[in-house]
Design a protein around this ligand. Structure first.
Ligand code: FA5
Length: 351
């Protein structure tokens, strides 16, 4: 029996040297130590031996079993190590950082719009919205823009053909955010005092380095008893200092818009001149002023169109372009870069 045991051990060692994967190792373990394995078979025959023989064979059998089990475990660890080394050899550079999932960034205009909204909300203004496809009646008529005004010309305005079966009303892509003034004042749930801003997209037949067919404005409207032009200037002063973090002068130059009287162009003191460091400021071209947009006192004809008594209430409104503001804030040389959708440009504005 001892001879057969030693033969089995030798057979195991020969078979082990030929094993080169985990499956082969498992099959070997079953063939020698499994329930029907050769070593297990030998131990079952021990019952037929004398007690003295059983004792010496038992000790030898345990030694061989332990040796086989230890050899199998040793080979298993060696196979795992070899597999891991092969995996590592496939990776070219272990010091490389892991791949990062692409993360989007906010568009510079969204950053500018949110900053504007935050500043005006703090000053007590609500944020109002209106549709992009607007009634000509709100975009023009209620704003005292006459039927023969050049703004209503095909060269300035995108007209929208009403759907078949719809009433033949004049529909346009809104050319400014001012119709939100009309919608806000018509809104029965919002009698004066009214204090809103309305940022949004507007459309005009316009296309060059500083004009885009689609651009953005922010409208402001304040209506109450006794509101004057002084309130407008005070609000603009408060806004510019809150937005740019330091006090900046604001000036109003006489101008004409049919929906305000008196009307003005608003400029603010250039907050970027300090970047010029002694040279001529590239943003304001050395003038010291930056144009914000139009403003003025709400025209009595507009109040009448929306059913607010101009004998009781007065109000001011403004409409500023946001795109040029964002161009100034972020030093963007061409307006069209903002709408080209080139991610290399957009990546520069991680908010
Ligand atoms: C208006 O649109 C008036 N609704 C503003 C207003 C509101 C006046 C309330 C009085 C009371 P204007 O056409 O000037 O005004 O446009 C205002 C601003 O929009 C301009 O100062 C400019 O900054 C911007 N803007 C106008 N056209 C374009 C364009 N094609 N691309 C980019 N920005 C533009």
């Amino acid at each position: 029996m001892i001879d057969r045991l030693l033969q089995e051990q030798a057979a195991f060692e020969a078979a082990l040297s030929a094993v080169d994967d985990e499956d082969g190792l498992y099959r070997l373990q079953v063939a020698f130590l499994g329930k029907k394995g050769s070593i297990t078979g030998l131990s079952k025959q021990m019952g037929a031996l004398s007690p003295a023989e059983r004792k010496s064979l038992g000790a030898e059998l345990n030694r061989v079993k332990d040796a086989i089990a230890a050899a199998i475990e040793g080979r298993r660890v060696a196979l795992l190590d070899a597999a891991r080394s092969r995996d590592l050899a496939r990776v070219e550079d272990l010091t490389m950082p892991p791949l990062q999932a692409p993360i989007g960034t906010l568009h510079p205009l969204t950053l500018a719009r949110r900053a504007l909204e935050k500043t005006f909300r703090r000053m007590g203004f609500d944020v109002a919205e209106g549709p992009h496809v607007e009634h000509g009646a709100y975009n023009f008529d209620a704003l005292n823009i006459a039927a023969n005004h050049p703004a209503r010309d095909m060269q300035d305005t995108f007209f929208v053909r009403p759907r078949a079966g719809q009433p033949p009303t004049e529909l346009v892509l809104r050319t400014h955010t001012s119709p939100v003034q009309v919608r806000t004042m018509l809104d029965g749930g919002r009698p004066p005092p009214i204090r809103v801003i309305a940022p949004g997209t507007v459309f005009r037949v316009d296309d060059d380095a500083t004009h885009s067919p689609m651009f953005h404005q922010i409208e402001g409207l304040y209506v109450d008893r006794g509101v004057t032009m002084a309130d407008l200037k005070a609000t603009l002063l408060q806004f510019t200092s809150a937005f740019f973090g330091r006090s900046l002068a604001v000036r109003l130059r006489p101008s004409y818009f049919p929906f305000v009287e008196p009307g003005a162009e608003c400029d603010m003191q250039c907050p970027f001149c300090q970047r010029a460091r002694g040279g001529v400021c590239a943003v304001c071209k050395g003038s010291g002023w930056i144009e914000l947009g139009g403003a003025g006192m709400v025209h009595p004809a507009v109040f009448e169109a929306v059913g607010i008594d101009p004998e009781i209430y007065t109000g001011w409104a403004f409409g500023f372009g946001i795109d040029r503001m964002a161009m100034l804030m972020y030093e963007i040389p061409d307006l069209r870069l903002m709408f080209d959708g080139d991610v290399r440009f957009l990546r520069g504005f991680a908010g």
